[in-house]
Write a protein that binds this ligand. Structure first.
Ligand code: CP
Ligand code: NVA
Length: 330
């Protein structure tokens, strides 16, 4: 049992192994409650602000549904419908929202913004993604792994392949280092995580028993239980970077050859989504016209295969986000 009431959820750096496990156990309980149709309405009369400076499907819907399930009300606010950053500073926005709301979710650019919101609002603030971090994603990923693999998280061989220094890669490495996983990032050298973060995670590993390996070598996927990737260009990055990224990352695409290299018939494919795995998106189509590639970070064949657990992962965003809100507000 942990007491997280009143605490913000800005990065997993601020949480220890017990607290992360507590949130995962709570998410499992809340998921079971929902499946049985017996929700306790733990957040009755709570009001929650959802601030989005970037687009979202899963995160926004998860916060909304989780709040409604538990009896809370939400207000969705985006950059074009508010003064944030244009006419009103983050510090002032935080002080206003803190007077009105019991909790605030923020998705946007700078990690400083989410920290400022937390400091000045004096209510729990939850990071729904910044350029640097995506901690609620990691809780969903870990819950999904627990559901699919018959081994504890600290025995899991987790491989992240692709853009090794984006928000999702960072967040996964932080989470893995806290929980004690065997964790690898495979990416070109220029996309390795920042040294400072890698060192911090290696320090965490001394306590947790995690193993953190960062390498360029694609053959390091051998024995992976989890093969994880994310988009090669993240929200907020320039469109003009696609060409360079595609050239750099094509050898790191998750395709059937790579799955075979894992030498594990039970390997699971994960992706935070959205993913470029076919031409059924506008961006996918535009990229096809320029680069003649029908699929990018993952092939359609893998995405739709028995290895893929991406929709279980997407569903678990909601149960884990609910756990974060309940743990910090109830
Ligand atoms: N994985 C994730 O954060 O999805 P959204 O961008 O749709 O919220
Ligand atoms: N790295 C991606 C994650 C999307 C959920 C992005 O920031 O766009």
């Amino acid at each position: 049992m942990c007491n997280l009431k009143g605490k913000s959820f800005l990065t997993l750096k601020d949480f220890n192994k017990n607290e992360i496990e507590y949130l995962l156990d709570l998410a499992k309980e809340l998921k079971e409650e929902k499946y049985k149709g017996k929700i306790d309405k733990k957040l009755k009369y709570k009001n929650i602000a959802l601030l989005f400076e970037k687009e979202s499907l899963r995160t926004r819907c998860s916060f909304e549904i989780a709040a409604y399930d538990e009896g809370a009300n939400v207000t969705y606010i985006n950059s074009s419908s508010s003064h944030i950053g244009k006419k009103e500073s983050i510090k002032d926005t935080a002080r206003v929202l803190g007077r009105l709301y019991d909790g605030i979710e923020y998705r946007g650019y700078s990690q400083d913004t989410v920290e400022t919101l937390s400091k000045y609002s004096k209510v729990p603030v939850w990071n729904g993604l910044t350029d640097e971090d995506h901690p609620t994603q990691v809780l969903a990923d870990f819950l999904t792994i627990k559901e699919h693999l018959k081994k504890p998280l600290n025995e899991v061989n987790f491989v992240y392949i692709g853009d090794g220094r984006n928000n999702v890669a960072n967040a996964l490495m932080i989470g893995a280092s806290k929980i004690g996983m065997n964790f690898k990032i495979i990416s070109p050298k220029s996309l390795f995580p920042k040294k400072e973060l890698a060192n911090e995670c290696r320090e965490n590993s001394e306590k947790s028993g995690a193993k953190i390996i960062i390498t360029e070598n694609v053959n390091a996927v051998k024995n992976a239980d989890i093969l994880y990737t994310d988009a090669w260009v993240s929200m907020g990055e320039s469109e003009s970077i696609w060409k360079e990224r595609i050239n750099m990352l094509l050898p790191y695409q998750i395709n059937m050859k790579l799955i075979e290299k894992c030498k594990n018939n039970n390997v699971k494919f994960m992706h935070c989504l959205p993913a470029f795995h076919n031409l059924e998106t506008k961006v996918g189509e535009e990229l096809y016209k320029k680069f003649k590639l029908k699929e990018l970070e993952v092939t359609e064949e893998v995405f739709e295969s028995k290895y893929s657990i991406v929709f279980d992962e997407a569903e678990n965003r909601m149960h884990t986000i609910k756990a974060v809100m309940v743990a910090t507000l109830y």
